[in-house]
Design a protein around this ligand. Structure first.
Ligand code: HEM
Length: 124
């Protein structure tokens, strides 16, 4: 049997559902980030980010079945992401990760990736 994935280890679909629901609930209230997001697409945006993270950490590959190759830097090019937007994204994500109450090692694994990814998405 294959080794358990990080996705399984942290609790599978329900954990990623909670993470991304918490994240977008606060992004919708964030004065820096809210204006960047296409209006009336919050549920679809939540589904895309959740699907991407689930796939990245070893869960079902639904994201790529629906969206193709992630190409995240390219997909973020239309949005002006400078240091302020990057840091606001990370602050909202930090609170969402805190809400999961992972073990310290799991928290570090997830957070190191998210920090690296957010820095690589900066395009201004
Ligand atoms: C999409 C902003 C970082 C993953 C989006 C969208 C915006 C946005 C405005 C469009 C909403 C949508 O239609 O889905 C930002 C900002 C970031 C950031 C301001 C700050 C650095 C990240 C990071 C990841 C990520 C670090 C991954 C770890 C995604 C995904 C999508 C998305 C998967 C949907 C792509 C698609 O399939 O179209 N982001 N993002 N974003 N973002 Fe980010």
């Amino acid at each position: 049997t294959p080794a358990a994935t990080f996705y399984d280890e942290v609790g599978g679909a329900e954990t990623f559902r909670r993470l991304v629901a918490h994240f977008y609930a606060s992004v919708r209230q964030d004065p820096v980030l809210e204006p960047l997001y296409p209006p009336d697409e919050w549920e679809a945006a939540e589904e895309r980010l959740r699907g991407f993270l689930v796939q990245y950490w070893g869960g079902p590959r639904t994201y790529s079945e629906q969206r193709g190759h992630p190409r995240l830097r390219m997909r973020h090019a239309p949005f002006a992401i400078g240091p302020a937007e990057r840091d606001a994204w990370l602050a909202n994500m930090r609170a969402a990760v805190d809400s999961l109450q992972l073990t310290p090692a799991q928290d570090r694994t997830l957070w190191d990736y998210l920090r690296m990814a957010a820095h690589s998405m900066q395009n201004r």
